[in-house]
Design a binder for this molecule. Structure first.
Ligand code: MEV
Length: 312
């Protein structure tokens, strides 16, 4: 029997980038996931076969990072591929693109599959810690928010710290969203470094924006718990403004955010590292979801129709 592991895709609803500096953020797993299957391999090596659907160039651009990530995962699990050859096959219905947690989902899936393949019983906490090491291959210094969503699923309040604060936010029902893909593969390390540089250059201005982001997180958490859709949307719009102010949006992202809002989305913002990648629109109900998705597709962009609050 092949060992198999699963990791969720994710969408950051509030405070990507701010989260790197300890500001609370809210992330949700989406109803799409990556699978990793492992089988013995004749050669004493780890062979990776990546069968995920992906944005053009995504896999090529990320190949070196993927190799580095796999080595970090093996190291964190103290596994020696030379002793036991393996073939890891990635698949699942999560389309690999920037801003959707593709790297974290694959790290979690691989860690889970490796554990099964080696008869190791690991807790979610241990899987999350291993995936965090794997994420370093992609992000350099990740906050840990992506692997947390990919491991636990559901809707999560996340604060980076020692230890991290990871709390489940209860919501009444999963809510429909549309994610619009700019088609641009982006480099999260560069995006995070850019924020750091500008923050150091303009400390007072950035401190003000960061304070507002912190405030938005608390207000948004309450709105989510009360299932107050209008407020959730309003705070998403506010968060997008703050992300524009720290210069991680892009022309394409702003355009898709406008298209979504003009077509009835209750709120819309970029999601993930920014500068390209994906945006998210809050579109409760199948009809509104369809309307916004169609409008984005008409502009020639790819969409993903899914929900926030998906659980395992
Ligand atoms: C990337 O999905 C989210 C960022 O905040 C980076 C991180 O938290 O590691 C941009």
């Amino acid at each position: 029997m092949k060992a198999e592991g699963v990791g969720f895709g994710k969408v950051i609803l509030f405070n990507e980038h701010f989260v790197v500096y300890g500001i609370p953020a809210i992330v949700s797993a989406i109803g799409k996931h990556t699978t990793a299957k492992i089988e013995p391999y004749v050669n004493p090596e780890v062979k990776l076969e990546d069968n995920r659907g992906a944005t053009p160039k995504y896999k090529v651009d990320k190949l070196d990072q993927q190799k580095e990530s796999l080595n970090l995962i093996l190291k964190a699990m103290k596994l020696d591929p030379i002793k036991k050859g393996m073939k890891i096959v990635l698949g699942g219905d999560l389309y690999a693109a920037s801003g959707i947690g593709a790297s974290a989902a694959s790290c979690v899936a691989i860690a889970r599959a490796l554990a099964q393949h080696h008869d190791l019983t690991l807790t979610d906490e241990q899987i999350n810690a291993i995936a965090f090491e794997g994420e370093k291959g992609y992000h350099g210094t990740p906050s840990g928010i992506d692997n947390t969503a990919a491991t636990y699923g559901g809707l999560i309040w996340f604060e980076k710290g020692n230890p991290d604060v990871i709390e489940r936010i209860p919501i009444r029902n999963p809510i429909e969203i549309v994610m619009g893909n700019t088609g641009k593969v982006t480099n999260t390390v560069a995006a995070v470094a850019g924020v750091k540089e500008r923050k150091e250059k303009h400390p007072a201005r950035y401190a003000e924006v960061f304070d507002r982001a912190e405030n938005v997180a608390y207000l948004a958490k309450r709105a989510l718990m009360e299932h107050n859709l209008d407020d959730i949307g309003k705070f998403m719009n506010e968060d997008h403004k703050l992300l524009q102010q720290i210069e991680v949006s892009s022309r394409e992202l702003d355009f898709l955010v406008d298209v979504a809002r003009d077509n009835g989305a209750i709120g819309a913002k970029l999601t993930g590292g920014g500068l390209g990648g994906n945006m998210i629109a809050l579109t409760p109900g199948k009809a509104l979801q369809e309307q916004v998705a169609t409008a984005i597709e008409k502009e020639g962009f790819q969409v993903l129709k899914t929900v926030i609050g998906a659980v395992r």
